[in-house]
Design a protein around this ligand. Structure first.
Ligand code: ATP
Length: 285
């Protein structure tokens, strides 16, 4: 199965909850590419769950990898013994980059298990997904969505362009989502009301200039302070035609929106020669 990746076209933090999660008001937008590829092979029951993956930074212990966690959570909820499984994971989504790669993998495993066993209701599957991570429910059925709560309230958004003129710049270092949330300025974020509906309206009109005004990420300030490369990248992309350049999710990927594909391609060529090999550039599909 091929997974999806995502960006947050806007990520407003609206509150910190007593359970430690943050409430968001966010527009999630999926991409078919970059994607990871996942295959489940049967193995003798006694051998348990094994993960095969060559990508650096991806934990191979099943109790740490979201693919393994998904198997355990599914079987527990279904009252099933954990089957013997080898999970082959081919990573293409940058790891710990704010593009939801691990969450996408966890959701894909839940979907593969549900296809096989049909042991859980859709509601139960969604609640297990949320227990694995706030972004996992989105990847059960990836489509542009207005997301509130900590990630569990998803309203599909119709009428957005099928493709957006976006360039992604993924610096080759990880940022932990927990770090980004711990270091954000909560008071500053909650003082600014979310304008996600205005962003959605502008995107529906394909009015990217206006959309750029409503794009926002409340986590990015701390990342710009700690990682000056991100400031250089953002400013370079703005200088080379981006209408908006900002962090996606908990970073460090920078997402840049352009007027059209030609502008995104032109900036890609310039930025790749400037920042290669510290940054991986992607024109997502
Ligand atoms: P999000 O955008 O959902 O916050 P992210 O894209 O920033 O997530 P991930 O790529 O999901 O980050 O990885 C975060 C951490 O999760 C990694 O550093 C890694 O230790 C762990 N992890 C567990 N399972 C996976 C997986 N299948 N793929 C990648 N990382 C995984």
């Amino acid at each position: 199965m091929l997974t999806c990746s995502k960006v947050n076209l806007s990520l407003a933090v609206t509150a910190k909850r007593p359970d430690g999660y943050h409430d968001l008001d966010s527009l999630f937008y999926p991409f078919r590419d970059p994607s990871d590829e996942i295959r489940l092979d049967d193995a003798p029951a006694a051998s348990g769950v094994a993960i095969r993956c060559d990508a650096p930074g991806v934990p191979l212990e099943p109790e740490k990898n979201l693919c393994g966690k998904a198997v355990y959570a599914y079987c527990k909820a279904a009252g099933m013994d954990v089957p013997g499984l080898v999970i082959h994971l081919e990573k293409h989504i940058p790891v710990a980059a704010g593009m939801g790669g691990g969450s996408a993998d966890g959701a894909a495993v839940l979907r593969l298990l549900q296809e096989r066993f049909r042991a859980l209701s859709q509601e139960r599957l969604e609640s297990i997904a949320f227990s694995l991570g706030a972004d996992v429910p989105f990847f059960l059925n990836p489509r542009p969505s207005h997301v509130t709560g900590a990630g569990e309230h998803l309203v599909p958004v119709d009428g957005l362009p099928e493709r957006l003129p976006i360039l992604l710049a993924a610096p080759q270092f990880p940022v932990s989502a927990a770090w980004a949330y711990q270091h954000m300025d909560l008071a500053r974020a909650v003082a600014e009301p979310p304008r996600t509906n205005e962003l959605i309206d502008a995107l529906r009109r394909r009015d990217f200039e206006s959309a750029a005004q409503f794009m926002r990420n409340d986590l990015e300030h701390a990342l710009f302070v700690k990682f000056p490369l991100l400031v250089l990248l953002r400013d370079f992309l703005l200088k080379h035609g981006a209408l908006r350049a900002m962090v996606s999710g908990s970073g460090p990927t920078i997402l840049a929106l352009f007027r059209d594909d030609a502008a995104a391609h032109a900036a890609h060529a310039r930025a790749a020669s400037e920042f290669d090999p510290c940054v991986r550039f992607l024109l997502p599909e």
